[in-house]
Design a protein around this ligand. Structure first.
Ligand SMILES: *Cc1c(COP(=O)(O)O)cnc(C)c1O
Length: 370
């Protein structure tokens, strides 16, 4: 990999393949795999990632919103795409692009049935989400009879899957709660299949569900963060490889004397006789938020940690390099798979890998390694 000369996000597709194969090794051979590629494949590059995974014969994709699915279709993705968060205003783009909507409450179900009938659809594939404890999106167990009634009155849609989402699959202290969710989902799907007379696919596991709850794999699993290299626990993360490295360069070095300050609001004040700082070309508009400032976050230069000092600016950060032998133009690692992982950096500032990686803005150039 070439040395960074500007801020880049390097994406290693071989690491993606490794993660995909590792996660698949946890499944029964007939369990399907859905790759969650919402939010630009967690900030990586949805088109590249989905194209690569489609070649590896992934069974399904999921996005959060319809526009993300449309982008995948335009990039040549032909595999089924589940839209996790369907909004009625997007029905046209969903049907025109053969996307499969999640219908999660009576209102959206009724509206979609009316829409599909208006468009003379026959058995248009849809997915039904049930709430088993996350209390975010989904029908309740009590809604089964209502749904069955709606379905029996139309031929315009057909239920391809029933699904639910685990609230705390990464937290083994919540094992009882999770087992209860699994139990509720089993009971809903049994009742549903008996009443409708066919068996939709069932799925409820995210990455941590794959790793911690084999009893929740059902017919398909849905993985996002694991594909991108994080397992939500130190033990599991060891088996996975972060696919993205955020790198940048030193634009300028300053020598600061005691009492001088660095950055907006003079948030860093030097109390040492001599401080050396480096200014880097990335800031909160690139996804390094202000929470990483004031020495919570750090970067790595020639193997040494350089804390981010003062306030993060929109387009720049300043780091303390007093003890680092480096010069303008040298490479800087923000996170990667070897020095500091996105998970470690996120935790240092009190957040999670998901937020850090999905926040790397579209301004940062993506460089793909195959
Ligand atoms: C985002 C999402 C996932 C993926 O979760 P990971 O923890 O990233 O594996 C799975 N299912 C649903 C419903 C989601 O919203």
């Amino acid at each position: 990999m070439a040395k960074a000369q500007e801020t880049i996000l390097e994406i290693d597709l071989k690491a993606l393949k490794h993660n995909f194969q590792y996660l698949k090794s946890k499944l029964q051979s007939n369990t399907k795999f859905l790759a969650v590629v919402k939010a630009f494949a967690y900030g990586n590059d949805a088109n590249e990632i989905a194209t690569y995974l489609q070649d590896l014969k992934v069974d399904y994709f999921a996005v959060a919103y319809a526009t993300e699915g449309v982008a995948l279709r335009n990039a040549g993705i032909t595999a089924p795409i589940l839209v996790l968060h369907t909004l009625a205003v997007n029905f046209d783009s969903i049907v025109e692009n053969c996307l499969e909507p999640n219908l999660y409450n009576a209102k959206i179900l009724k509206e979609f049935v009316a829409y599909a009938e208006g468009k003379k659809q026959n058995e248009y594939p849809i997915h039904l989400k049930f709430n088993t404890g996350l209390n975010r999106l989904g029908f309740w167990e009590d809604d089964v009879d209502y749904i069955i009634k709606q379905l029996q009155e139309t031929k315009s849609i057909k239920v391809k899957s029933l699904f639910s989402h685990l609230a705390a699959s990464e937290d083994l202290n919540e094992r009882n709660f999770t087992m209860n969710q699994i139990h509720t989902f089993k009971s809903i799907s049994k009742e549903f299949a008996e009443k409708i007379g066919y068996k939709p696919m069932l799925h409820m596991s995210n990455t941590s569900g794959i790793l911690n709850y084999p009893e929740a794999h059902f017919d398909m699993v849905r993985s996002g963060i694991g594909l991108y290299g994080f397992g939500n626990s130190e033990e599991e993360s060891k088996h996975l490889k972060p696919i993205a490295s955020l790198k940048t360069v030193i634009s300028q070095i300053h020598h600061i004397e005691k009492g001088e300050s660095v950055g907006y609001n003079r948030a860093y004040k030097s109390d040492a006789l001599f401080t050396k700082t480096a200014t880097l070309p990335l800031g909160h508009a690139d996804g390094i938020g202000r929470i990483y400032g004031k020495e919570k976050g750090y970067v790595t230069i020639h193997g040494k940690k350089a804390p981010i000092i003062g306030n993060v600016c929109m387009d720049m950060i300043m780091v303390n390099i007093t003890d680092i032998d480096c010069k303008e133009g040298d490479e800087v690692i923000v996170f990667d798979g070897n020095t500091t992982s996105a998970e470690t950096l996120a935790e240092a500032a009190g957040t999670i890998s998901y937020e850090l990686i999905t926040g790397i803005s579209q301004r940062v150039k993506r460089v793909i390694f195959k």
